[in-house]
Ligand binder design. Sequence first.
Ligand code: CP3
Length: 379
Amino acid sequence: MIPVALSPAHPLHDGRTAQSPLVRALRAGTTGERPEITPVWFMRQAGRSLPEYRAAREGVSMLDSCLRPDLASEITLQPVRRHGVDAAIFFSDIVVPLRLAGVEVDIAPGVGPVMGQAYRTPDDVARLVEAELTTEALAPITEAVGLTVDALGCTPLIGFAGAPFTLAAYLVEGRPSRDHLAARALLRSDPETWQRLVDWAADLAGTFLRAQVLAGASAAQLFDSWAGSLSHADYADGAAGASTRALTHVADLDVPVVHFGTGTEHLLPAMRDAVVAAGVRDVVVGVDYRTPLDEAVQLLGGTVPVQGNIDPALLAAPWDVLEAHVRDVLRRGGVAPGHVANLGHGVPPDTDPAVLTRVVELVHSVSAESAAASGVEVR
Ligand code: CP3
């Protein structure tokens, strides 16, 4: 596909990020080339584990900090400066596009997204889907991404959005829940209303993601964090199509896409296929810590790069335990066409930041060792 919509001044096209270890690893499924260094970043790297984050956020609510371009940009850059990770992830939240479309939502500290109401009836959903995400409303996002990529130089920025099912899980429940019972009940009891809801969420998420890529993000990640609560049939009937719809908003931009969820071992091929169906060329599957990476690669037929899957719990373990685990993850990831090292879910808030920096050094040194052993020149 010829990329038509990204400007020649975009970091992927002006020589800044196309050759970065992250972008090369994400594209390894189509190029067949692994970068010499295994790239590493951490989900939720920008956040509560950093004292400089807590200082920057002091007195500003979570969602307000996402909508202040200087602050969102500064927080995005903090983990890159401190840990030397191979990618920045844009500091925002999956519910930010809801807020920008005028939907009442807040993030309660220690709880997560709380909606002004639960959207469960056909009338609730009919009113909700009238909300629109306009280009004007996205201005703080576009501006923050622009400031961030200017400061990042050759380090790629990852843009992200929540997948329609995960967004709908919050909308239908009205707040975080463990099993997403109300959402799963609606999916089967009123498929028409459900479809209306997830199609709207898909366009919202896709619009949010597209704005980040156009403004300078070099990769995109779709978080379907709670998809693992769905059976294969529910995923196929009520979630996959909407995820595809969300990603059609970026398919023409030819940006690599990572699709991630937790507890999704039974869904890995279906999640890959949802991205492929959107017409995305470089498809990568994020794997949580429950499935050994080599098994995930096998389930996926060995053709797509994978991202993951260091167990976040082990960040609190003695270093020798964590080191052995990281080495094992890298060894198993070696069978994939490409591997982006990451955690299997987000950084726990009480993580010692020094441990994250040490994991970055370890991942880089192990991949340099194995490149040297195989005679590849490391640049
Ligand atoms: O560093 C990064 O990864 C970038 C920023 C980011 C945040 N949220 C910031 C945040 C990203 C990528 C997200 C995605 C997100 N948000 C997901 C998908 C990823 C996942 O973790 O599964 C989900 C499900 C949400 C919804 C959400 N927002 C939750 C569950 C929470 C945590 C609630 C809590 O406090 O325990 C939030 C709040 C949130 N999002 C914080 C941050 C840094 C904590 C806010 C704070 O500092 O109090």
